[in-house]
Design a protein around this ligand. Structure first.
Ligand code: NAP
Length: 465
């Protein structure tokens, strides 16, 4: 094959790969087509790798094969982690992606110096700064999510000034390098300063805000890869990085909106610090609890039940038991639907993924706004390991940290039942007035065990319909 024909084939393969990435993003936005989306993304990535390897500029494969083997050796076990560990796994993937973008940028700098133009230096400098800060930031995020590092935000006075000064220093070093590309000793200092900024950026953010941070870091890693595409003159990297960067950014915006938080609040608000709250007053209030038997009889007497799953269902891996509950109630003629809050759990789509894994029909998963209009006509709202996403203080208490966050209005259902292990708060660290309502029954226990008990009671002959 002539060199021209080969180049044309490579370019066409890149176009097909990019189409695969775009379709992947489109299909991933609905649970119905998500599997297809994953496949399209995988095919796109495989095509991009094959086309790159076919490039005549690749002179030998030895190091590439070694790198591929190391990457696969790390990637395969990472892909097999439990669903609850996916946020930290994702953080590690971003860390590796950003590290590789940063290392390639560093290599390009040393290869191109001293013939680097000012523009070329600016491209490499920006790319390496973003890649380096994303690397350390993502490692800290993974450490917090895995609870190797403290989850609480670690803060001190003047923190934001210190952090922003460090970022400013990295940018000044980059500008100095653009003006004097021959001051090569400044380059490693710039890299180290950017690495330090990544640590300073993420350390003050609470563990539970990490999914939003990860999504933001994902977008940084994407933009860094896109910049690298300009440096390497790789069109596929420019486009793939831009898609990654912009989709990560859009996702972060969606998550912030669903939590009614601003970017600044997530990044600099140190959310999750121990709050001086009215907890002592709340403790004195009483709640009503019920047994699995009582819960089963209330559920089987209902016509309409709304199940609201949350983080606790994910922790307990209760989704299969929830499916059994859905089957048992449906068999008794009860209309069961699932209210899905956009930030229930700890990552976007968390509940959809778990319920899909348990084969619960998609048309039974109802988005928040639709569910809310139906909740006043619902006999029982059964909350399984959810807390903040059902907290009416978000509507009523202007002093609450979650005030203004859209919630599932479960308190409007005729009866509310809540499965959780204790009176401990959820992610926001605040009490939930829902638990003290007259219509609320607390079902204390592990989500999987308690739902299993209710199913047993139901199959042991509930009152029927
Ligand atoms: P949540 O407010 O964190 O509450 C989860 C509840 O589950 C806890 O109160 C806990 O109570 C209970 N629980 C834990 N383990 C359990 C088990 N084994 N069995 C039964 N219950 C268990 O969760 P959420 O209502 O799903 O709300 C999500 C929160 O995360 C929101 O505040 C949201 O803003 C935040 N967030 C979400 C995302 C996202 O993308 N989804 C991203 C960032 C932040 P006990 O300890 O008493 O059992």
């Amino acid at each position: 094959m002539s060199a021209l024909a080969l180049q044309q084939l490579i370019d066409s393969t890149y176009i097909v790969a990019v189409v695969g990435f775009i379709l992947s993003l489109k299909w991933l936005s609905s649970p119905v087509s998500a599997k297809r989306g994953v496949l399209a993304g995988e095919i796109g990535a495989a095509l991009a790798v094959i086309a790159t390897l076919a490039n005549p500029e690749v002179v030998q494969y030895k190091w590439i094969i070694i790198a591929l083997a190391i990457g696969a050796g790390i990637g395969i076990p990472l892909g097999l982690v439990h669903m609850t560990a996916v946020p930290q796994r994702t953080a590690l993937s971003h860390a590796f992606g950003a590290l590789s973008a940063s290392i390639i940028g560093i290599a390009e700098y040393y290869v191109a110096t001293p013939n680097l133009t000012k523009f070329g230096m600016a491209e490499i400098g920006l790319e390496v700064i973003i890649g380096s800060l994303t690397f350390t930031g993502s490692v800290i995020a993974a450490g917090k999510l895995q609870e190797i590092l403290p989850q609480r935000p670690i803060t001190y006075k003047g923190q934001n000034v210190v952090s922003l000064s460090v970022l400013g220093a990295a940018i000044l070093l980059m500008i100095a390098l653009c003006i004097h590309p021959d001051y090569t000793y400044l380059f490693p200092i710039m890299v180290v300063v950017a690495l330090i900024f990544g640590i300073l950026l993420v350390t003050p953010i609470g563990g539970a805000d990490m999914p939003t941070v990860i999504s933001l870091l994902n977008s940084y890693a994407g933009f860094s890869a896109s910049l690298l595409g300009f440096v390497l003159n790789s069109k596929v990297l420019v486009v793939a990085g831009a898609l990654d960067g912009s989709s990560g950014f859009i996702l972060s915006v969606i998550m912030c909106k669903a939590m009614n938080r601003s970017f600044t609040n997530v990044m600099f608000g140190a959310f999750g610090q121990v709050q001086a709250s009215s907890a002592a007053v709340e403790e004195a209030r009483t709640v009503r609890s019920a047994t699995a038997e009582e819960a089963a009889s209330i559920l089987s007497a209902a016509s309409k039940v709304a199940i609201v799953p949350g983080y606790g269902m994910a922790v307990a891996q209760a989704q299969h038991k929830v499916r059994e509950l859905y089957d048992a109630l449906t068999k008794k003629g009860v209309d069961v639907r699932f209210g899905i809050h956009p930030v229930a759990g700890r990552m976007p789509g968390h509940m959809n993924v778990l319920l899909a894994e348990a084969d619960i029909p998609y048309d039974r998963l109802i988005e928040m706004d639709d569910m809310n209009s139906d909740l006043p006509q619902t006999d029982v709202a059964l909350i399984i390991g959810a807390n903040d996403v059902t907290n009416p203080a978000a509507r009523t208490d202007t002093g609450s940290p979650i005030y203004g966050m859209p919630i599932l209005d479960v308190d409007k259902a005729r009866t509310v039942m809540v499965i959780k292990r204790s009176m401990n708060p959820g992610f926001a660290g605040i009490d939930n007035p829902l638990y003290y309502l007259d219509k609320t029954l607390m079902l204390f226990g592990d989500a999987k065990g308690f739902v299993g008990d209710i199913v047993r009671e139901l199959s042991g002959g509930g009152s029927g319909h």
